[in-house]
Design a protein around this ligand. Structure first.
Ligand code: NAD
Length: 435
């Protein structure tokens, strides 16, 4: 059993803190956001994440999980300080490290016992060394006994608890082998492969993994666009490819492209690092370009189908960047909505979890309470996020209530033949003759 401080209570920090507490450790989660901490103390989750509330409440009840805004309280006797703060994109696509710096400085200012600083935030290669420098500089004259370990996080929003408890691997990187081994012990009971490497390699593994997954999606989207021209069905193509063990089936779903709080900023940051160090990241540039185009293509198809988008009512199903989360950061749906609004369309939308987050960033969108209200009076319906509840809609009712029965299934969720037989004009992504 260890004493752990987790800095940042977002998707990564809160899940990490709650799961480490569940494994029997004493964890204090710290955030600078007072409202967030106040609500957490009252048992109110700041994010929607399946299973999170239960595990948080249970561990608070058992006295293993605490919340605070006080650094001295959180770091008191802590053997490990996990940094899990945001690292958003800066102006040129570089990762903005201001929150990591603040966390490192607070550790330097407050801690007076040996400590292992574990970085879970996704940070540019070399940041681990920089964190050590920040701490050492701040402590000039009064050295602190500490080590920095990189422990990149691979959890996915929507299945974060499972991903933490049953990871494919844990990656640890440090210049201090012993420190990395101590962190490894925290994960021992998960019985997963634990890879220990150097600091910079660990940091790169995270970027390379995300860039590779984004590349797979952009790849299949490019194939989808070719399929559309040549009369092949990308879903079948992906199935046929995925059966090859060298390829595998994951991340081969053609659609609106990748979004969320990680892929866009991480691919951008990796490309920025590459350029900064004199290499030309041409594949990464193409991966991003394909992704941008994927959103535009949907709008072009709708414009063609409706003649113009000006004053047309477009219903959008799904706002979160993927199902089972309320996270709308860089959500493809939002980009499509902005493109539609730029052409004069009037947008209505519904999402099972993300409406509250969407309200402030989509002031012109009419947010309604059900998928059927989205369809009512619409000239076209766009499926932007493939939530389970959109799988089996009553299309008879939808057909009757739409002004024009046009469906843009941007996630290839529905059956084109069935919808066409009902009278809909159906568009999918890369579905050959069924585009
Ligand atoms: P988030 O924005 O949800 O949460 C960050 C939290 O840190 C916020 O609550 C913020 O108030 C807090 N914070 C900021 N500065 C602070 C400070 N100085 N002291 C204490 N708290 C502070 O972020 P997230 O989605 O959890 O991501 C965190 C990091 O993990 C990022 O680097 C991200 O790239 C990486 N990551 C995220 C995911 C994901 O799915 N969200 C997955 C893997 C890795």
């Amino acid at each position: 059993m260890s004493k752990i401080c987790v800095i940042g209570t977002g998707y990564v920090g809160l899940v990490t803190g709650a799961c480490f507490a569940d494994l029997g450790n004493t964890v204090t989660c710290l955030d600078v956001d007072e409202t967030r901490i106040e609500r957490l103390k009252q048992g109110i989750m700041p994010i929607y994440e399946p299973g999170l509330e239960q595990i948080v409440l249970q561990n608070v009840r058992h006295g293993r999980l605490h919340f605070t805004t006080s650094y001295p309280e959180a770091l008191k006797d802590a053997e490990f300080a996990f940094i899990a703060v945001g690292t958003p994109s800066g102006v040129d696509g570089e990762a903005d490290l201001q929150y990591v710096r603040q966390a490192a400085e607070a550790i330097a200012d407050i801690v007076d016992h040996p400590i292992i600083v574990v970085n879970k935030s996704t940070v540019p290669v070399g940041t681990g060394d920089w964190v050590a420098e920040v701490i050492n500089r701040r402590r000039a004259g009064k050295p602190l006994e500490f080590s920095v370990v990189s422990n990149p996080e691979f959890l996915r929003e929507g299945s974060a608890i499972n991903d933490f408890m049953m990871p494919d691997r844990v990656v640890l990187g440090s210049l201090h082998r012993q420190a990395a081994e101590k962190v490894a012990q925290l994960y021992q009971s998960l019985r997963c492969p634990i890879m220990i490497t150097d600091l910079r390699t660990a940091e790169m593994i995270k970027y390379a993994s995300n860039a590779f997954l984004a590349t797979r999606i952009s790849f299949i989207n490019e194939i989808a666009n070719i399929c559309e021209e040549l009369g092949a069905d990308v879903r079948e193509v992906a199935r046929g490819m995925g059966l090859d063990k060298r390829i595998g089936p994951a991340f081969l779903d053609a659609g609106l492209g990748w979004g969320g709080s990680c892929f866009p900023k991480d691919v951008k940051a990796l490309a920025h690092m590459a350029v900064l160090h004199g290499t030309h990241p041409q594949l990464l540039q193409a991966v991003m370009e394909i992704n941008r185009n994927q959103r535009r293509r949907v709008v072009v198809k709708l414009r063609k189908a409706l003649g113009t988008l000006d004053q047309k009512v477009i219903g959008v199903l799904g706002l979160s960047f993927k199902p089972n989360t309320d996270d709308i950061r860089e959500a493809p749906a939002l980009e499509v909505i902005h493109l539609l609004e730029n052409e004069g369309a009037l947008v209505k939308a519904y999402d099972p979890q993300a409406m509250e987050n969407a309200r402030s960033v989509l002031p012109r969108v009419q947010l309604v309470e059900t998928p059927y209200q989205v369809a009512e009076g619409a000239d076209a319906l766009v499926l932007a996020t493939e939530w389970n509840e959109f799988k089996q809609l009553d299309f008879e009712q939808i057909y009757r209530s739409m002004r024009q029965p046009v469906i843009m299934d941007a996630r290839n969720l529905w059956n084109p033949d069935q919808l066409r037989a009902m009278g809909f004009t159906y568009f999918g992504i890369g579905r050959g003759n069924s585009v």
